[in-house]
Ligand binder design. Structure first.
Ligand code: IPM
Ligand code: MN
Length: 362
């Protein structure tokens, strides 16, 4: 069995964390299956080399792969580029082309990292939230968009819009994943103000009728933002639209202690796309300090969702937990004096070592 993975390291810390994720993937695959990887440019570096943040060859190779693993895109040097050249435009374009509309973002409060979170341990206890973020619609893609007018008369505008099928398909994903969890879906919207959200809520209520075993609740996005830090353990699956999901999933990083811990998987399209949630972190890029665990956990999601390799996915997740329990920390996670500060590559090495231990006991 050979799996073809298109690897898009991207900008900033993308390459260094992706390298560790790939080493872990290779280690876990030993003797079980083969992984064929192909590295391709995306984002700011692609723009610099090829004049576009998503070169056609990258897209073509991704479409010919079994799964796409991406690091991060963006950086301050690209911020003033026109929209079509921005790294983020390349990312949105590949998301759209691969077609995955449901972005799964788990945020788990590990006991061993409780001191990394600003939340009190008793508030954090048991928090395990899975965001299902709609990824191809809403204000990110709605038209019309743009600028109008001149000088101080200028305006900028975007359009938050969802059609019934767009809400239906992502709602189905949320209800289905809830079946494998604690069977609760919180649908998050702003239905007290936005028509777009009113439609969202109506459609979710309709879809829910096909899942009588799942409890559905609705919550407004503002109060959801508060509840995430006051009662995070009260959530199971959070279903929400693109922009709300973007914001709330970063907020949820406070549960795990660091944005560097969070993985994601985008499913439902032609080819699944896997990316850690953290950005390109230009301030620490190239220094070997970045936390690779988000990228490594993303590799686990890849094995699970694209290749149904549940055992190997779990092995990676357990190895991450073991390594953290042993007291090593990258800079973003370091709090206590009794923890040992390590860099990106050493964290990768230790996960691979722990994998050996896990594999032997399995
Ligand atoms: C994310 C990121 C992206 C998004 C950016 C880089 C376009 O913030 O994946 O959360 O907004 O979706
Ligand atoms: Mn984001």
């Amino acid at each position: 069995m050979t799996y073809k993975i298109a690897v898009l390291p991207g900008d900033g810390i993308g390459p260094e964390v992706t390298r560790e994720a790939l080493r872990v993937l290779r280690a876990v695959s030993q003797g079980k299956f083969d992984i064929q990887t192909e590295e391709l440019p995306i984002g700011g570096n692609a723009y610099e080399q090829f004049g576009t943040p998503l070169p056609p060859a990258t897209l073509e190779r991704c479409l010919a792969s079994d799964a796409v693993l991406l690091g991060a895109v963006g950086g301050p040097q690209f911020d003033s580029l026109p929209r079509e050249h921005k790294p983020e435009t390349g990312l949105l374009a590949i998301r759209e082309a691969l077609g995955g509309f449901a972005n799964l973002r788990p945020a788990i409060a590990y006991d061993v990292l409780a001191d990394c979170s600003p939340l009190r341990p008793e508030v954090l206890k048991g928090a395990d939230v899975l965001f299902v973020r709609e990824l191809l619609g809403g204000v990110y893609f709605g038209k019309p968009r743009g600028f109008a007018g001149e000088g101080s008369g200028r305006s900028g505008f975007n359009n938050m819009v969802y059609s019934v099928p767009e809400v239906e398909r992502v709602a189905h994903v949320a209800f289905q994943v809830a079946r494998g969890r604690r069977k609760k879906v919180t649908s998050v919207d702003k239905a007290n103000v936005l028509e777009c959200s009113q439609l969202w809520r109506q459609v979710v209520v309709e879809v829910a009728k096909q899942y009588p075993d799942i409890t559905l609740e609705h919550q407004l996005v503002d109060s959801c933002a508060m509840r995430l830090v006051t009662a995070p353990a009260s959530f199971d699956v959070v279903l929400t639209e693109n922009l709300f999901g973007d914001i709330l999933s970063d907020e949820a990083a406070a549960l795990t202690g660091s944005l560097g811990m969070l993985p994601s998987a985008t499913v439902g399209g032609r080819i699944n796309l896997y990316e850690p949630i953290h950005g390109s972190a230009p301030d620490i890029a190239g220094k070997g300090q970045a936390n690779p665990l988000g990228a490594i956990a993303t590799a686990a999601m890849l094995l699970r969702h694209s290749f149904s390799r549940e055992d190997e996915a779990c092995a990676i997740e357990q190895a991450i937990a073991r390594v953290l329990e042993s007291g090593v920390r990258t800079a973003d996670l370091k709090r206590g004096a009794n923890e040992r500060l390590i860099g990106t590559e050493e964290m990768g090495n230790l996960v691979i070592e722990a994998l050996g231990a896990t594999g032997a006991s399995a």
